[in-house]
Design a protein around this ligand. Structure first.
Ligand code: CA
Length: 674
């Protein structure tokens, strides 16, 4: 729902089509030593930012291989762009990539891509795993959950014609059905969502220095196998509840996954509530093909590597009152209209969904409904539509220590009146929409915090997005590799959201390889993107202590949309103690009327003029309609001199839609003496 409007929107900022954009090679040298990164960066560059995950990440492009490194490149709809670090390794049948374990491990996660079937729907293909030259197991990779095409909300058919020929598309800068002769559309049109990941418990604990080799067998049916990265970790033994608990197996739940266990879950939950005990899900795979309704109950698994709740997507004979035409595995609180749920505590299990298409009216999310006074901890949520989509009003929810990967839409969304709630230490990768979002639809989200989370490679939209709200905080997060129609951090008056009021704190976050190319506008975004589309933004916005690293275009963008440029302004935004290391173009791009203040915002390796100031495009002798308030100690710059030079102040017009892009060097430690 959210992007339909955006995709159909044309921008008159843009006068012409430009070629796609790729960065030149900055690949790390191949090495046979352990090479641990976080979001493809040296971990020292992101110290104390992001989720403190149990695993260590190693990029395939830094490992030993006889395959071919693809990328780095950032052009949407390409395999490198959606890879972590914008690079991966492509294996032909018979080729391998080998990782040297940096720490003891008994479990791995492989992020990969294999081709789709010619008519869509995916294939499966083998991947041999060996350790120290000894063959261990053959994984079965799949592309059934990857490969989407075409216009929003996408298709699984690579051969489909335009889903909406009456909508503007940037590829022809035209409305195809209103264009004579009609433009020729390349098929498959807009392929995306290429990657998937799988976890594997190894047969025993391996030591640092042991070599994990992933080989595409010579006989593989997949023409190629792309490996993006390997995560490895030491998984502890299965967990048992601290107190006597109600075991779902005693109520008929089948840990082999053969029989449907949904009714057994319901019976166990009812019994546990009667006895005031918690529900225990012992190790096993439980088949659940619908929602499990939860209210005033604690459900604990043995750990998300051991307890897996897995379901098929089910087509409903008649739509549900909530609009769903499908259902699937998920744990749902009661909807707010039905009173909502409270005192729900979910921990220590995986939810494996079966969602392969985007239908916005479907409730096929891992967690849903309204959950007040509740906690969600230690879940692994995979292949659902949205990992956790909350529909408030609701209050006092804590979400922490979770992993949410391979989603069709958002990772987590606080939708409609979610208050006094938090998402912390949660790892999100490969979402098909915003990684983490607060959407103040109809009712404000207020007093919430997203803290110490990692969000990587949202293939559409933003790493972290706020649409309206009051007194919310985005802090200590690590956001990497947004690809299209979004950026690292977005503050937007969009999607019918309530206005921003009170204060918004954006503190101590790190973004990397953000500020991508905006396909519809044909200009570069900023790593933080403040967007006044449906109303002015004048709440107190404090952007303090952030690091914006290796920005593809700008670090900071404040923008309206051309049709509303004389209606809405952005004011009261305060940047302080921020660091900008590397911009393809400017530090600040201002395309709106209003103002912002800057204090101790330091920059280096800036690719274009420090401030690209267009204001609201009237270009009068009075200067730009956007004013920069310099409060001192804004240092550093690039080839064009200091980024915030006196001549740019307070509102010199420097408007340039498409300055040449100067790819910056990789980020490196900041000289604190600057
Ligand atoms: Ca990679």
């Amino acid at each position: 729902m959210k992007f339909q409007e955006f995709l159909s929107r044309t921008s008159r900022f843009v006068l012409c089509l430009t070629a796609s954009y790729a960065l030149p090679l900055y690949a790390a040298p191949q090495t046979d030593t352990a090479s641990v990164t976080r979001a493809a960066l040296d971990p020292s560059l992101v110290d104390d930012r992001g989720a403190n995950a149990h695993f260590v990440e190693q990029e395939a492009e830094n490992a030993v291989t006889d395959g071919t490194i693809i990328g780095p490149a950032r052009t949407a709809y390409t395999l490198p762009a959606e890879a972590s670090g914008r690079a991966a390794v492509k294996l032909l049948p018979g080729q391998y990539v080998e990782f040297t374990l940096p720490k003891a491990a008994n479990a791995i996660t492989v992020r990969y891509s294999i081709p789709d079937s010619p008519t869509g729907g995916g294939i499966t293909a083998p991947l041999d795993v060996s350790v120290n030259g000894r063959s261990l197991v053959t994984m079965t990779l799949t592309s059934q959950y990857s490969w989407l095409y075409n216009q929003y909300p996408f298709s699984n058919d690579p051969n489909a014609g335009l889903l909406f020929p009456d909508q503007y598309i940037t590829e022809c800068a035209c409305v195809p059905s209103a264009t004579t002769p009609p433009p020729i559309i390349t098929k498959p049109f807009r392929p995306n969502h290429f990657y998937d990941e799988q976890r594997l418990l190894l047969d025993h604990r391996y030591q640092p220095g042991d070599k994990i080799r992933l080989t595409a067998p010579a006989s593989s049916n997949a023409a190629w196998t792309v490996i993006d990265l390997l995560d490895s970790e030491l998984v502890g033994p299965p967990q048992h509840p601290d107190e006597p608990a109600v075991n779902v197996q005693l109520f008929g739940a089948d840990p082999t996954g053969q029989r449907d266990s949904a009714d057994a879950f319901d019976t166990a939950i009812a019994f546990a509530k009667l006895r005031h005990r918690e529900v225990y899900l012992p190790p096993g795979t439980y088949q659940v093909n619908r929602h499990i309704l939860v209210d005033n109950v604690t459900i604990e698994g043995a750990g998300n590597w051991y307890t897996i709740v897995k379901g098929h997507q089910v087509t409903l004979s008649t739509p549900l009152p909530d609009g769903s035409v499908h259902t699937g595995v998920g744990f749902y609180g009661k909807y707010a209209a039905d009173g909502g749920s409270s005192n729900v505590h979910l921990s220590g299990f995986a939810i494996e969904g079966d969602v392969r298409e985007r239908i916005d009216s479907d409730q096929v999310n891992g967690i849903g409904g309204a959950l007040s006074n509740s906690t969600i901890e230690g879940l692994y949520i995979h292949r659902t539509k949205v990992g956790m989509w909350f529909d408030g009003p609701m209050s006092n929810l804590t979400v922490h220590n979770n992993i949410i990967v391979d989603q069709i839409a958002d990772g987590i969304n606080f939708h409609t009146g979610v208050t006094n709630s938090a998402v912390a230490n949660t790892f999100v990768r490969n979402t098909g929409d915003d990684g983490l979002a607060m959407w103040s639809d109809k009712i404000e989200d207020a007093n919430n915090t997203f803290d110490h989370n990692t969000v990587q490679t949202p293939v559409l939209a933003n790493g972290i997005a706020l649409y309206g709200g009051t007194d919310n905080t985005i802090s200590n997060n690590l956001v990497a590799d947004p690809i299209r129609e979004g950026s690292g951090l977005q503050v937007g008056s969009r999607f019918g959201a309530q206005p921003f009021t009170g204060s918004l704190w954006i503190t101590n976050n790190t973004t990397v390889r953000s500020g991508p190319f905006e396909l519809n506008w044909n200009i570069g975004l900023g790593a933080i993107w403040i967007y006044a589309l449906e109303g002015s933004i004048n709440a107190d916005i404090e952007v303090v202590g952030n690091s914006f690293l290796d920005n593809t275009y700008n670090a900071i963008m404040l923008v309206s949309d051309f049709p509303v440029k004389d209606l809405y302004t952005i004011t009261n935004v305060h940047f302080k103690d921020d660091r900008v290391d590397g911009t393809g173009t400017s530090v600040v791009s201002a395309r709106v009327a209003g103002s912002a203040s800057f204090e101790n915002v330091d920059a280096r390796n800036v690719g274009a003029v420090g401030v690209n100031n267009c204001g609201s495009f009237h270009f009068t002798p009075a200067g730009s309609e956007f004013t920069l308030i310099a409060l001192g100690s804004n240092d550093g710059g690039g080839t064009t001199g200091p980024w915030l030079a006196p001549w740019e102040l307070p509102n010199t017009i420097t408007c340039d839609d498409r300055p040449p892009v100067v790819p910056p060097p990789p980020p490196y430690p900041w000289d604190t003496s600057l």
